[in-house]
Design a binder for this molecule. Structure first.
Ligand code: 5AD
Length: 431
């Protein structure tokens, strides 16, 4: 089941190592293990998460060998560029051509692409984003798992179904032992190498409890841990990093100050951004982003968000559509069209040729083919839901029944099948 490829350590400089995957070299940080050149490791998110026995590694590599090159071929075929449509608008093509050479595009140019309504232009935009992804990042694809461990939240974000005032929602919170069991299953049975621990802003989960949980997970399992627990004391985040959580998923939601203030009575954009800068300073990998298609959000503002996330030094972009929730004040608003969100992700890829771009679960609720289409429009990372079925439906940030019904086994099978079909490999993208 395990969808990850071990790499061979080629060089070591302090805590920075070079890892080889069938001749492809990637950099990774090693904070946890005593390594020597020739050792075999699993890396995730640019961090070494496990050292493995040579014999085991060689056996696994043997099963991957043929498939690895097969996948590359498939990806190369699917990411070929076809923008030989002579009737296309010259300005549009000029922007696309520059972007496909890895040149930066301006706010205005990005906006021109996002606002395009011509179906040929759209096709060229998607394909160009896929081309750029392949050119700069090859066929590597991260597969992370997310555990939503509590839907208790002190915040009142206007779009969110688990907002504190929602009295229609049954609240739950998994005990640390239950979370450990989910992690054990994910890592041992299914081979996950990266896990996000997410919850509402639930302060009944004390910092001590969370720190013990992180330590326990890191002690027992070779896994890269992302925290997504919202605004907590800085001291907690410093200690959590030391305890072994090396990533934070924390969206700024929108970089439009007025819109932010309207939607978030409990926080300010300034405070949100201060946190992100602080996480970066501590050393965390940051996954950040926002909502696409919020009521009152302008297309200009979405481009601002992309440029802002890049400027922050975002390691993984997490931008997904706004989906109205019936128990919120935005119940009568509409989710954006899937084509619009795909265009936005493609533009993001042209803005940052080498960042990781996540296909969010929110996007997956818009269409059964959304994951495939997003991966073919610039994205290169997916997230599977590990929350136990009896709770997943209660983590009701937006209506998403279709994506929380299937078992982990089924999700893993579907993901593997899709990645195989479109030629993506689980090599680590490195740093
Ligand atoms: N639609 C889409 N995404 C939402 N989130 C919360 N509510 C919604 C919604 N209605 C997202 C927020 C938050 C993440 C955990 O879930 O962006 O950061």
């Amino acid at each position: 089941m395990c969808y990850a490829i071990p790499g061979n350590v080629k060089s070591i400089t302090g805590n920075l190592i070079t890892v080889d995957y069938f001749g492809e070299k990637r950099k990774a940080r090693n904070d946890f293990y005593n390594l020597q050149v020739g050792d075999y490791v699993y890396a995730q998110g640019g961090f070494v998460v496990q050292k493995i026995d040579e014999k085991d590694a060689e056996e696994i590599l043997d099963t991957w060998k043929e498939l690895f090159f097969e996948l590359k071929k498939t990806d190369a075929r699917l990411s070929r560029l076809h923008n030989d449509k002579p009737h296309l608008d010259k300005d549009f093509l000029k922007i696309i051509n520059r972007a496909t050479y890895g040149k930066s595009i301006s706010h205005q140019e990005a906006l021109r692409l996002l606002l395009s309504t011509d179906s040929d232009e759209k096709e060229v935009l998607f394909k160009s984003a896929n081309f750029v992804r392949q050119k700069f990042l090859d066929n590597a694809c991260c597969v992370h798992g997310i555990i939503e461990f509590s839907n208790i939240c002190r915040c009142q974000c206007e779009y969110c179904g688990i907002q504190s005032s929602n009295i229609n929602l049954k609240r739950f919170s998994l005990k640390p032992g239950e979370i450990i069991n989910v992690v054990a299953d994910a890592v041992i049975r299914f081979g996950f190498k990266g896990i996000v621990l997410q919850s509402g802003e639930d302060l009944s989960y004390s910092s001590e409890e969370l720190l013990d949980l992180i330590k326990m997970i890191r002690k027992k399992f070779p896994v890269f841990l992302f925290l997504s627990v919202g605004e907590r004391e800085e001291e907690f985040y410093r200690k959590a990093y030391e305890a072994g959580a090396k990533g934070v998923l924390f969206r700024f939601e929108t970089s439009d100050e007025n819109l932010y203030a309207k939607l978030h009575p409990d926080s300010s954009l300034q405070e949100r951004v201060r946190y992100l800068k602080f996480f970066k300073d501590v050393g965390y990998l940051i996954a950040t982003g926002g909502l696409i298609g919020l009521p009152g959000q302008k297309a200009e503002s979405i481009i601002d968000d992309f440029l802002f996330a890049k400027e922050l030094g975002c390691d993984m972009y997490s931008f997904g559509p706004f989906i109205p929730h019936i128990d919120t004040s935005l119940a009568d608003d509409h989710a954006p069209d899937i084509e619009y969100v795909l265009k936005a992700l493609s533009v993001l890829r042209l803005i940052d040729s080498s960042g990781k771009i996540l296909v969010t679960t929110a996007l997956e609720t818009l269409h059964t083919q959304a994951r495939r289409r997003a991966l073919l429009s610039g994205a290169n990372s997916i997230m599977l839901n590990l929350t136990p079925k009896e709770y997943a439906g209660l983590y009701d940030i937006y209506p998403r029944s279709s994506t929380v019904d299937s078992s982990v086994e089924e999700q893993v099978r579907n993901a593997q099948q899709l990645l195989k079909e479109i030629g993506r490999a689980p090599t680590d993208l490195g740093i």
